[in-house]
Design a binder for this molecule. Structure first.
Ligand code: COI
Length: 356
């Protein structure tokens, strides 16, 4: 187990007064975790110190060739005052899968969890308590070796920062508008689509900007080979309710293995719903939207939680889903997952890990 050196700030910051006004990811807590990697020495020097800027070489490999990984998880304060994490080991496993794909050294799972717990404990007063809010945890690794050679870095930094957050979308739980992107793609099979790494998100920004200009929140990506099968939305996995069944694209190497996605599948099964993880073509979706059998659409993600989709645009055709209202399943899944996180719904799968 790592021994974390703790050096607390002498200048704690003001905490946000109104949790409803927080723009996602715009405010950071007092402390951060840092651990260095040096080839031959491994992960060394774990420490928690004041959240502040740090020095890095302009030649650091991360700036040039993008060797980096990030994760997103959350800490919650339950109604009875406990501080909990939601399925942290799933994120930690996924982080190491991303690391493997990107030639980043793996981080021992227990050390990763210990770092998250210690940091959250120190900044526990920053956890917002209002419904729908939480403390977003952003662990990440960057390649820090100064080199312009396209080879894996011999030096890295693993850091964790924390940010109190409310809803990811300005719409909150109101349905968002999404368009199906048929020009650009986010990822291809055999590429890095499954890894949580900055490049996938950089690749998504141009389409997202186009979508924003047209009044849409995000884009729905199609597969990179045939442009035929549904993959995921910018910051979320996607679910459809068609003729009573819940359908989500199966994991194929280019779709993110969402922790919330996995939780939604379990919760839907607990509700007695049939869940199909399979390929779903854009034609099948279009037909279902046209004949009225597409009953609900919602996205899932750590940041977004559950985000109902009220409008879906296919080329020049625009469909309203469930008359633009949140569907029954979307609402129930949202209530169940956020209820477990707040400790008011039974945690029958033992998803919560208590910190204090
Ligand atoms: C998350 O849901 O935690 C994510 O990482 C999505 C993010 C890009 C905001």
């Amino acid at each position: 187990m790592i021994k974390i050196k703790i050096n607390k700030t002498k200048h704690p910051k003001m905490k946000p007064k109104d949790e409803d006004d927080i723009v996602f990811g715009s405010i950071f807590t007092d402390h951060m975790f840092i651990m260095d990697y040096i080839e031959g020495k491994g992960w060394i020097n774990p420490r928690i110190e004041e959240y502040k800027d740090f020095k890095i070489s302009p030649a650091a490999l991360v700036f040039h060739y993008g060797q980096s990984m990030f994760e997103g998880m959350k800490a919650y304060k339950t109604e009875d005052g406990r501080v909990v994490l939601f399925r942290p080991m799933k994120n930690i496993e996924r982080a190491n899968k991303s690391n493997q794909r990107l030639c980043i050294p793996e981080i021992p799972e227990e050390d990763f969890l210990e770092a998250v717990k210690e940091l959250v404990k120190i900044d526990e007063d920053w956890i917002p308590t209002k419904k729908g809010s939480s403390l977003y945890i952003r662990p990440f690794v960057i390649a820090t070796e100064p080199s312009l050679n396209v080879v894996p870095s011999k030096e890295f930094k693993f850091m964790i920062i924390l940010s109190p957050v409310g809803a990811y979308y300005k719409e909150g739980l109101n349905p968002v508008k999404i368009w199906i992107e048929d020009e650009y793609v986010r990822a291809v099979r055999g590429g890095i689509g499954e890894a949580k790494t900055g490049g996938n998100y950089a690749a998504s920004m141009l389409s997202q900007e186009k979508a924003h200009e047209a009044g849409y929140s995000q884009v729905l990506w199609l597969d990179g080979i045939e442009h035929k099968y549904i993959e995921e939305v910018g910051a979320m996995n996607i679910f459809f309710k068609i003729k009573g069944k819940i359908i989500t694209p199966m994991l194929n190497g280019s779709i993110l293995r969402g922790v919330t996605r996995d939780s939604v599948i379990e919760v839907c099964k607990d509700m007695g719903l049939v869940v199909e993880e399979r390929k779903i073509s854009v034609e099948e979706l279009y037909e279902a939207a046209k004949d009225g059998s597409l009953e609900e659409v919602f996205g899932s993600g750590t940041a977004a939680v559950i985000s109902p989709v009220g409008t879906l645009k296919f080329g020049s055709d625009v469909f309203s889903i469930n008359n633009g209202n949140i569907g029954e399943v979307s609402q129930k899944v949202y209530d169940t997952i956020t209820g477990i996180q707040k400790g008011v719904v039974e945690d029958k799968h033992n998803w919560l890990v208590e910190i204090s």
